[in-house]
Design a protein around this ligand. Structure first.
Ligand code: C5P
Length: 219
């Protein structure tokens, strides 16, 4: 076990996409690679934390020493996060959770017929918002925001609405930032409106900066 500034702290990370079933063989998903969340889990371990990684379906290896909880759908991710959150000191929700799911996934593979097909979609629970609004006194909750317009304003209002302690803003407009790639460019926004801009660098380095900021703020 590594000792560091997060020794004795329990941290939960959500990462990757969620898959929302349409039928037994099909789903609605997204292109999240999980790299950002896995990098955060690794940096937290390096700093001495005990880490639970709740992960949607991804193709990368979990860092050694992490407790990996594999989930598929948003509802499963919600249940997994909620079953551990009571014990956690820090939560970093970096998963790309589907906002909606098909209301009634078919029990059998849907057959091709006719010209068009419709699915009714119902909203998924917002995991981050639920843990933010039910935050315990000493818990520190971090969210992510991916915005295409009024980025800072939208991220700040998300921070307030979800009762977060820090929000990481990804800008899709910045080259090399966001989904899939190995690099990212972000802004860290605190409740007092302090903004720390982090230049384009590897997701591992960004993760280290996010963990440093968390350590600074929980002190
Ligand atoms: O509101 P929005 O979806 O933009 O917020 C993004 C943040 O909320 C991310 O941290 C994401 O992991 C989290 N989230 C969540 N559960 C959802 C939707 C988003 O935890 N159902």
């Amino acid at each position: 076990k590594i000792s560091g500034p997060l020794s004795g702290k329990k941290l939960i990370v959500s990462a990757g996409p969620t898959y929302e079933a349409i039928d037994p063989v099909r789903f609605i998903g997204n292109h999240s690679s999980g790299k950002m969340g896995y990098a955060i889990a690794e940096e937290a371990l390096k700093n001495g934390a005990e880490v639970i990684l709740v992960s949607g379906p991804v193709h990368i290896k979990p860092p050694i020493g992490v407790q990996l909880i594999k989930v598929t759908s948003a509802v499963e991710m919600y249940d997994a996060v909620h079953s551990y959150i009571g014990d956690m000191d820090i939560a970093v929700m970096s998963a790309a959770v589907a906002d909606y799911r098909p209301s009634a996934p078919a029990d059998e593979k849907i057959k091709k017929k006719g010209d068009s097909i419709q699915f009714e979609m119902v909203p998924n629970p917002d995991i981050l918002k639920s843990i933010g609004l039910n935050k315990k006194p000493n818990q520190f909750i971090v969210g992510f925001a991916l915005e295409t317009e009024n980025e800072l304003e939208n991220a700040k209002s998300k921070l307030i609405k979800k009762n977060l302690d820090l929000i990481v803003l990804n800008s899709l407009k910045d080259k090399g930032a966001g989904f899939g790639g190995d690099t990212n460019q972000v802004k860290l926004i605190e409740p007092n409106n302090k903004v720390t801009s982090i230049q384009l660098k590897s997701k591992q380095e960004i993760a280290a900066d996010i963990i440093s900021k968390i350590i600074e703020l929980i002190d």
